[in-house]
Design a protein around this ligand. Structure first.
Ligand code: MG
Length: 263
């Protein structure tokens, strides 16, 4: 009888799991598999521009909330317990992040080298997508559950890779209505994987994406997905919200002359 009760209890618990873990949302779009491109060998850490704000220099996670729970070793920080968020909040940014998925390959699909780089609630996926197939809009370089990368240019597990991301923030009016969507551009290992993609909303796993009004400045965050992904050399430059600088009202606009100046 005791055994029966135990079995029943386990069955009830197992039955409850789908209610505890949210069901996956699928867009229904059938994507083409991104072709594989070899980005070449890993490189030394990128230079830091003089006007950049350094978020991680290999020594300190002081720029991040919860940074004390991400261990630093040999100039790299490992994805640890809980998400880390920058204490400073940013508008539109150019963000440089270097990452390496674990050299010891464990798990498959979304369970291999999973992390993520966020501005506010919008994720650029980090995953070990080196000979590891998963849904294409969830592989490395994807805007999570929205758009696959143009190509799969992952380096091997354990090798350093780079993300150069332009997050153009969305804008909301006083009523909380969206007046300009988010746009994201991503270079992975110097290769374009997202080209000024218009984002549909917060990059949920379990819901169709939609926007919820939020402040103009938001933290940048790195995801804890239970895999010890390493990061190094993280810096950010806040940029203009407009991709094109407006012409000053007092500057006459000259017609473009394809032949150049004539004299
Ligand atoms: Mg992720």
């Amino acid at each position: 009888m005791k055994k029966l009760l135990l079995v029943s209890a386990v069955a009830v618990l197992l039955g409850a799991i789908p209610f505890l873990s949210a069901d996956e949302w699928k867009s229904g779009i059938e994507w083409v598999e991104p072709p594989v491109v070899d980005p070449g060998p890993e490189t030394a850490p990128a230079n830091v521009p003089s006007d950049a704000i350094v978020l991680f220099d290999g020594k300190s996670m002081d720029a991040w909330e919860n940074g004390e729970n991400w261990p630093i070793k040999d100039g790299a920080v490992y994805s640890g317990k809980g998400v880390v968020r920058t204490k400073q909040h940013f508008g539109s940014v150019q963000l440089h992040v270097e990452f390496a998925t674990p050299s010891e390959v464990k798990g498959e699909g979304q369970g291999r080298g999973n992390s993520g780089v966020f501005w506010g609630p919008y994720e650029v996926q980090v995953l070990d997508s080196y000979i590891n197939t998963t849904y294409y809009d969830g592989q490395c370089g994807s805007i999570y559950k929205e758009n696959p990368p143009a190509v799969n240019c992952c380096r091997k597990p354990g090798e350093w890779q780079t993300y150069d991301i332009i997050f153009m923030r969305p804008e909301f009016n006083e009523k909380g209505e969206l007046v300009r969507p988010m746009y994201v551009t991503v270079f992975q290992n110097g290769i374009l994987v997202q080209n000024h993609l218009q984002v549909k909303g917060e990059t949920y796993y379990h819901l169709k994406h939609f926007y919820t009004a939020h402040p103009a400045k938001m933290p940048i965050s790195l995801q804890d997905h239970g895999n010890p992904v390493r990061f190094r050399n993280i810096w950010v430059r806040e940029i203009s919200d407009s991709p094109v600088q407006p012409v000053k009202p007092d500057s006459p606009v000259k017609p473009f002359d394809v032949f150049g100046p004539q004299d």
